[in-house]
Design a protein around this ligand. Structure first.
Ligand code: GDP
Ligand code: ZN
Length: 360
């Protein structure tokens, strides 16, 4: 097997490597499923690289890694290669010993080319959620694509399509039906050999059904739901990278709902370019965009050049992101304080012991 078939970029090959290259296809608590040029294998992290001083980023689904390949049994992951895109969330759990407990970014999917933001055209369609997904997707470094599913259930969805297009600025929007095959051909441009696509969307949105429709066979299980109340949703427990016969990789992402608005300034700039174009144009550089004269935002809204809802969404997401960022800073400093206290206590007890020893 050639790792290039799994999207490994040729420029990443280095003759200096001590290891073998591999791609992570799934992560189950400290166990990694990998593909290598020798085929599939399982691996664990090499402690001296990942735990002792914690410099190496923990690998995740989609990552390219270097491993010490073991023909007999479990291999060891020795390096996480640089990512071209990623989804990350706040990880407050900490890894390893309590002394290295820090607030880290936990990466949940990596090295994808496109993000398919999926919502169904019937009751799942939610513009606020879409704005959030668009921001996160732009932030990831990949290209977002909006895929509206189950078009066969709605006779006329032109109004929905128009409202989605209004907020998905600079993003392709597709209406499809995995059931009838409608619109699937229109996705061919993204499904090129060696590309990786992440599917983002609520359970029941039709992600597995689309993967199956694209694969032309059942590669993912679809649990039937009743469309009237969405009962019977399935729960997939881990993220998985699947390679279709066409040479396209798909990462299904259950649990993406937990992704918080963290560190998304880049994403906001892209997803709210309609808002951003007016920022910095107010008469006063410190304009609060409330009642100041010469406020470019207020004027744009009054003139109908900017939808008020967009301004509102932008403020909400920005505020949320700032809060999350601050909370992380706050917890980090609190953590730091606790660590300092612990080290101090240890030193003190050592000294006490030494003093006691001296006495004897
Ligand atoms: P996932 O949770 O996002 O992977 O969603 P699934 O692919 O499992 O689909 C959830 C439900 O939606 C199932 O009952 C599917 O049969 C149904 N479904 C998926 N795609 C379509 C479609 O294009 N049309 C219709 N009518 N139902 C669909
Ligand atoms: Zn202003």
């Amino acid at each position: 097997m050639n790792l290039k078939d799994y999207g490994f970029p040729a420029q990443n090959y280095s003759i200096d490597t001590e290891g073998t290259y591999a791609r992570v296809t799934a992560v189950h608590k400290g166990n990694y499923s990998l593909v290598t040029e020798y085929g599939e294998c399982t691996a664990k992290l090499k402690s001296s690289v990942y735990f002792n001083n914690c410099t190496e980023e923990f690998p995740t689904t989609g990552d390219f890694v270097e491993i010490q390949y073991n023909t007999e049994g479990e291999s060891l992951i020795i390096k996480t290669l640089k990512r071209k895109s990623k989804f990350a969330r706040n990880d407050l759990s900490g890894h390893g010993s309590e002394y290295v407990k820090t607030i880290k970014e936990q990466t949940v999917a990596a090295n994808f080319d496109y993000v398919f933001i999926m919502q169904s055209l019937n009751h799942d369609l939610n513009l606020k959620r879409l704005e959030r997904y668009l921001t996160l997707s732009w932030q990831s470094g990949a290209v977002p694509v909006v895929v509206l599913t189950k078009s066969d259930l709605i006779e006329d969805y032109s109004a929905q399509l128009a409202s989605v297009k209004q907020i998905a600025i600079g993003v392709d929007v597709h209406a499809i039906s995995a059931k009838t095959g409608y619109g699937i051909d229109g996705l061919a441009d993204y499904f090129k050999k060696g590309k990786t696509v992440v599917f983002l969307g609520s359970s029941g949105a039709g992600k597995s059904s689309l993967v199956n429709a694209l694969a032309g066979q059942k590669v993912m299980s679809v649990k039937e739901i009743r469309e009237d109340d969405s009962k019977g949703r399935h729960t997939t427990t881990h993220r998985q990278l699947i390679r279709l016969d066409s040479g396209v990789m798909v990462i299904d992402t259950p649990g993406m709902r937990e992704l918080g608005m963290w560190n998304v300034s880049e994403g906001l700039r892209e997803s709210f370019s309609d808002v951003k174009q007016f920022l910095g144009r107010c008469k006063f550089s410190d304009c609060k965009h409330q009642s100041e004269p010469g406020c470019a935002i207020k004027m744009a809204i009054e003139d109908g050049n900017l939808a008020y809802e967009r301004w509102e969404s932008y403020l909400t997401l920005k505020k949320e992101a700032a809060f999350v960022d601050d909370k992380a800073t706050y917890l980090r400093s609190k953590d730091h304080q606790q660590i300092t206290m612990k080290v101090w206590e240890r030193q003190k007890s050592k000294e006490t012991r030494r003093t006691n020893d001296d006495k004897h």
